[in-house]
Write a protein that binds this ligand. Sequence first.
Ligand code: SF4
Length: 361
Amino acid sequence: MSDEQGMVRTAVEAPVLEAVDVTVHYPVHRSRGETVHALEHASLRLHPGRTVALVGESGSGKSTFARTLALAQQPTDGTVLLDGKPASARGRRARRAYASRVQMVLQDPFGSLNPLHRVRYLLERPLRLHAGVTDRDDLEQRLRGLLERVRLTPPERFLDAFPHQLSGGQRQRVAIARALAVRPDVLLGDELVSMLDVSIRLEILNLLAALRDEEHLAMLYITHDIAGARYFADEIAVMYAGEIVEYGTAEDVTQNPAHPYTRLLLDSTPDPDRMEFLASRTSRDADTPDAGEDDYGEPPDLVHPPSGCRFHPRCPLARPECGQAPPPRVEVTDRQWARCVLLVDPDDHHHGRTTTPEMTP
Ligand code: SF4
């Protein structure tokens, strides 16, 4: 059953980190009084030992959401809760305390690892600053342990290397090790495999899955790759233009997508499991206006977001009323919800299924 905040209750443990109705607006061109509507009323819960994937195109607000959860971005409205209490990172001590619980790993390890420092220094720093480790032997042992945890073995091969002497996958492992150094409860990964070769991505995802299970980490996995998210995440939140438009278990959202935008994301993913569906869709929908079209335009400008459903200018199923009022959240099943008027009207539900055969159970 879903609760009032729209989260799907499938986890057994209480959330460690939670965003409640978070909105982020920030000004651009102050002289013109323009505002970016980056995030609107977004809620999400991260539970120990579980992964939520936040999926959407570039510019959909995913990174703003992660930065807000990391308290690197102040929400305009709404709250971030850690262990059920309002989180704060005001002041150096509070920032450090928060960082020792919630860590973020970024997409580009080249950008996030100082190229002038050896791996030893990069990992020692958080151990000294956050964990207060000063004893030389203890430090050495923990450094080796960290590298072993991210499968960089033997550790002595990597401890004195500079970032540029490592491969992309090894650098990302160092970035993950650095995040783990403080023994966090939450790991926020922002597109952390998207710059790696395809063959390496799976290794890093497997590593993250193993760490999540071994260390009982709560994970947010931000990606534009919904097919990859399916194999890695427990739940998927689909984000469009600053709003979560669909939420559910990874299997339900990818196998039975309810929102037209989720369908487009899946259609544009080269996932072998989807190919059969795509072929059948092309032949079944050959006489529909959108048949064969896969160019659905660009994401909207968030300074002037579309009225009503923000997806309506690109939605192949849009109706005239879609531009007038935001669609309500509709429970599709007890494990999945979406925001779309097609799911509200029982008369048109049939129409929706006719044009979206994959929505049929
Ligand atoms: Fe498309 Fe309308 Fe549904 Fe938005 S509310 S996704 S425009 S059909």
